[in-house]
Design a protein around this ligand. Sequence first.
Ligand code: AMP
Ligand code: ZN
Length: 486
Amino acid sequence: MNTSLQLYNTLTRKKEPFEPLHAPNVGMYVCGPTVYSDVHLGNCRTFISFDLIFRYLKYSGFKVRYVRNITDAGHLEGDRDEGDDKFAKRAKLEQLEPMEVVQKYTLGFHDVLRVFNTLPPSIEPTATGHIMEQIEMIKEIINNGYAYEVNGTIYFDVEKYSKEYNYTILTNRNLEDMLANTRELGGQDDKRGRLDFALWIMAKPETIMRWPSPWGVGFPGWHIECSAMSAKYLGDEFDIHGGGMDLAATHHTNEIAQSEAYSHKQPAKYWMHTNMLTVNGSRMSKSLGNGFLPGELFTGDHSMLKKGFSPMTVKFFMLQAHYRSTLDFSNEALDASEKGFRRLMNAVNLLGRLIPSDTSDFEIQSLADNCLKAMNDDFNSPVVIAELFEAVRIINTVHDGKAKISAEELVKLKKLINDFVFDIFGLKDEDSANTELNSVLDLVIDIRKSAKENKDYATSDKIRVGLHEMGILLKDSKEGTTWNKI
Ligand code: AMP
Ligand code: ZN
């Protein structure tokens, strides 16, 4: 089990050694998507970042229970418990029953994450599947004196809570400033304090998604589902809670408040937040209209795109930035990632064909140590990628016959690539998926060899030039012929 991992904790605003509450078991909860529309590329960045973290924790010997929820109810358009229900609105627009909307976009979300080769979470609970648990939690929060009812709606009492706890612990904001920046309550407001938020909302006659409760028919507020589901599957105290940075100020702040008001315990030891994917410096978001769908990126069918980029190119582009840095989308950056990823995959394909020597010009252990050190330093994937390009250089030099590698070092090199490229980064060779191409090329190379042996240079040249025109470069050496994509 890895005891050298350090991770950045939003709660303490510093890097800390990762010491799980019940090692080797690790509980990790990540806020999942709100499935009233397609996920955009920004959402994917957050889930790909947590996939990296999940994969590395598993690689490090931890037994991880990874819970990532599906928000399929209780999400109003405004952050302040106002506006239409997003699901009902979309259902009306698409002439569907709200749960058809949920099913459609949940399936779409799974398809997209599969294309990005992310691992499924251990448990994927839904808000609508846990209404009972949410009601029970709200009852307990009321019993503990931190919530009150007004006309069938239950509000969390932030003022009462903040007398005993630090409401702004995650973001370190000043409560007075927050109050000053929040709209004053008007005559039609039912809540007592400006910062109070709804745990349960009374249904209006037109509300479609509604459930009975001790306070009448209604639906849960936006934040309570995550407190209820994390407690149910990971306990009142667990290791990691994560999500995108935009969730820290409201959703996660309110989650901590609810969980503490319920169990008097800070729910997660480590809070982790991933940074945003931006376009020209602005956060990619559905509401700004600058969010494109992964499918549009793959086909290039979007006005902002020069061409399409493959899923692994996009994933590689994301891994080239640290998860806590912003990442700005641009065609140029993706072009560069495409080239880099192809170079990496070409080298990986050559790896199986390297012939070991008795001596070695390289010592792979230090490369592997550097990769581990980088991952142990708060999952620093860009540094790992720089080290992997050093491995690419070694592979190419040995392949070109300019340096030697021993059998022992070659085994280490293969392990390094296998561990970091495939296991931890979850990349895959999109071309090798096309095993038919490999077999056809083996056959063509064999025919060319026979043609050359028979001095039929017209045929052998035709094959070489023809393949070159298709973007495939043949390379002859003492050991035989290999091919590369240009
Ligand atoms: P939502 O479906 O809006 O609830 O968002 C799902 C996840 O995507 C949340 O963890 C958000 O913080 C995250 N997210 C939203 N926009 C972006 C973005 N532009 N870049 C990275 N993550 C994002
Ligand atoms: Zn959540």
